[in-house]
Design a binder for this molecule. Structure first.
Ligand SMILES: [Zn+2]
Ligand SMILES: [Zn+2]
Length: 252
């Protein structure tokens, strides 16, 4: 018997309807790689292979730069003093495009993919360089993230690091702590090095109890290190026992 309500899909479970909606979208606008536009995956195998991965056995523990194991020419050991710093890859190859597609291109489905890459990076570092990065993930009491400015949040409609941190914590089984608030709206990308450091100073307020906690701080790109340094400094001032930092990319 023909039933108009059934035919219109009103009786179909929401999950099936959502899957059908996704299938239609996939036909109208097929998934393309954020790094190279090839159809098929959000980040294709070729772009994954093209990432300029940083070896955690050779990197600078203070700023995440590659080859800073003995003496870092990027930071002179001055970025993090209460924790270690690790980055997945250089800000080169397909990575800048992928990050842009996520932050400014509205491709929010990249959040779990980027979280997975960051998680794999931390696990790998703990495994191959336990004397340098041991415990940064497995002994963290909570994960925190560098929050977006109010202006960036309004422009993008979401906090890009919060989303990555949510996926990261779900996979890692570590609690997420929304501990930092960002003041001021100056866009870091528009400022030079000196003014970046000045504007990052005191720009973060700790809005949750972090007393005695070992924290893992997530951010997308480390350029001068001023942002993670200010955020980690605020957490340490608020009583955190240690703050390790993990980023997707390191510019050098
Ligand atoms: Zn690609
Ligand atoms: Zn360094």
């Amino acid at each position: 018997m023909f039933d108009a309500a059934y035919a219109s899909g009103r009786h179909l479970p929401a999950r099936i309807m959502a899957a059908a909606g996704e299938a239609v979208l996939e036909v109208l606008a097929p998934t393309r790689c954020a790094g190279c536009e090839r159809p098929g995956a959000l980040i294709c195998e070729r772009c994954l292979a093209a990432l300029e991965l940083i070896d955690p056995r050779q990197s600078c523990c203070s700023c995440g730069a590659p080859f800073g194991v003995l003496q870092c020419t990027e930071c002179a050991g001055a970025v993090l003093d209460h924790g270690r710093c690790l980055a997945l890859a250089g800000f080169s190859g397909p990575l800048p495009r992928i990050i842009r597609a996520y932050k400014d291109g509205g491709e929010r489905r990249l959040a779990p993919e980027l979280a997975e890459l960051m998680l794999a990076c931390a696990e790998h570092a703990e495994h191959v360089a336990p004397e340098r990065y041991g415990g940064m993930l497995t002994q963290a009491d909570a994960v925190v993230f560098v929050p977006a400015t109010a202006a960036a949040f309004r422009r993008r409609g979401f906090d890009h690091m919060e989303r990555i941190a949510q996926s990261f914590c779900l996979c890692a089984g570590v609690p997420l702590l929304d501990a930092l608030a960002k003041h001021g709206s100056s866009d870091q990308r528009a400022l030079g090095r000196a003014s970046r450091q000045a504007s990052a100073q005191g720009a973060y307020e700790v809005v949750a109890s972090v007393q005695g906690m070992r924290l893992l701080l997530l951010d997308d790109v480390i350029t001068t290190g001023a942002t993670i340094s200010a955020a980690a400094g605020a957490l340490v001032c608020a009583g955190a026992a240690s703050v390790d930092a993990l980023a997707l990319a390191r510019v050098w």
